[in-house]
Design a protein around this ligand. Structure first.
Ligand SMILES: Cc1ncc(COP(=O)(O)O)c(C=O)c1O
Length: 438
């Protein structure tokens, strides 16, 4: 029966969880493992957060607050695109750490996290029922971000089933894009947006500049918007470490899409960036959109009233993003810690001979426990996921929702817990897999 106390769309929202593992995450976080005080506690590894370097950022923020008085503009409304002072700092930060070409602050737009950016971007670039194509496996919450309000449909482009079919192949071929476009057109649908994550969530793979060049030419030719989400741009792993160097058949340096945008000057190319992951500051809610499409920027500004970043946050980060000494040191040590926690995970995956995708960036390991499923079904995957949680207290994110054809794959966030807890989690995963194998 339809309730009279809520609208029809409100009722749909009440049934559409932001993500399926959120409640479990909070349950596990309330009973966190500690070697001494809670040795039987839980080890959540499903929230894409980086807690490895917070102390360093915290100290810097406290210094800024101690040494500066808060300027008057902070207590007033500011431009819906973002405070000019803040956008200038973002532009300077991006020029120094992300790209070689200048990103003009007039081509930047800020909202409360990339979640808000994604929702607004889908609204402004697509119409209802248009299709956003996303290579699988990919970030599950894109579904809600683009569909809850903008009603844009997600299409998962699956180009492999088993991890070892991937090899060092390109992530997305133009043939596959053409095929997808024809398939969608046959179904009477419109392919309006291609959404890529680089470095990728969950695989940690990186697109080469050549791939992105070809893909952007194809998108421009077909009048399809290409949005590259670089929220993990500086979360890079040292792939030259002897334990993992052989996992990569070629070395690859991450290059921001902003460089191609600068060269091509197209209204169809856009970039997302944010501070949640690279600066481990998801609670501050800072997302950035970069585009050379003036009409899109205008539309975003007119819609941004409910999503603006608080001025205090904008002011604080405008100071931090200009402090190059701090950032140089933060980014270097953060990447060292990130590489170390990735190695901790991969060491166990190698010992267990479990297939995984060698990551070059992001906060994740994406690996395959499919051998423990009798059949490739969502139900058996859920059962396995829950058994690992109930028996060992380790919480991962299951493949369901990532839009992939193979169940039994899992995403592990290696930056949520500190090293000692991560080692404990890997010990428990090992025990679980060995027990199941027996
Ligand atoms: C690919 C991707 N985009 C967006 C987000 C959300 O970011 P924010 O905290 O800026 O809303 C996440 C968070 O996990 C993500 O992985």
């Amino acid at each position: 029966m339809i309730s009279k106390t809520i609208s029809k769309r409100g009722a749909i929202a009440a049934k559409t969880a932001l993500r399926s593992d959120m409640d479990l995450f909070f349950e596990a976080s309330g009973d966190l493992w500690d070697a001494k005080s809670n040795p039987d506690g839980k080890l959540p590894l499903n929230m894409a957060e980086n807690n490895l370097s917070w102390e360093k950022l915290q100290e810097e923020m406290e210094t800024v607050l101690k040494n500066n008085s808060i300027p008057d503009w902070v207590s007033n409304y500011t431009s819906p695109a973002g405070a000019p002072e803040f956008l200038e700092s973002v532009s300077s930060y991006m020029n120094r750490y992300l790209c070689r070409f200048p990103v003009n602050s007039s081509e930047l737009f800020a909202a409360a996290g990339c979640t808000a950016i994604l929702e607004l971007m889908a609204w402004v670039l697509c119409d209802e029922m248009d299709v956003a194509v996303i290579p699988a496996p990919s970030y599950p919450v894109y579904t809600q971000d683009i569909n809850n309000k903008a009603k844009v449909e997600r299409f998962d482009l699956v180009n492999h089933h088993e991890i070892d079919q991937l090899g060092n192949k390109e992530i997305l071929s133009l043939d596959k894009l053409e095929e997808t476009k024809s398939q969608l057109e046959k179904e009477g649908k419109r392919f309006k947006l291609l959404l890529l994550t680089n470095p990728d969530n969950p695989t940690g793979r990186i697109f080469t500049n050549g791939e992105l060049d070809n893909i952007s030419n194809w998108c421009i030719k077909n009048e399809i918007h290409l949005v590259v989400n670089e929220i993990y741009a500086l979360s890079l792993i040292d792939t030259s470490h002897p334990l993992i160097a052989n996992d990569y058949s070629y070395q690859l340096t991450f290059k921001s899409f902003s460089e191609l945008m600068h060269l091509k000057e197209s209204p169809y190319l856009h970039l997302i960036y944010g501070l949640s992951k690279d600066l481990g500051s998801s609670g501050f809610r800072v997302g950035i959109f970069h585009t050379k499409n003036e009409l899109v920027l205008k539309a975003l500004m007119n819609l941004n009233g409910p999503h603006m970043v608080s001025n205090l946050t904008q002011w604080l980060f405008s100071k931090i993003l200009l402090n190059h000494d701090f950032l140089d040191s933060y980014i270097t040590t953060n990447q060292k810690k990130l590489s170390r926690s990735y190695l901790t995970v991969v060491k166990t995956l190698k010992e267990l001979n479990l297939p995984y995708i060698p990551a070059r960036g992001s906060l994740f390991s994406w690996f395959d426990l499919g051998e423990l499923l009798e059949r490739n079904t969502k139900e058996l995957e859920t059962e396995l996921w829950m058994s690992l949680y109930k028996e060992e207290g380790v919480l991962l994110t299951p493949a369901d929702g990532f839009g992939h054809s193979k169940f039994g794959q899992f995403r592990l966030v290696h930056t949520y817990l500190q090293e000692e807890a991560l080692v404990e989690a890997m010990k428990r995963i090992k025990r679980f897999v060995l027990k199941r194998r027996r």
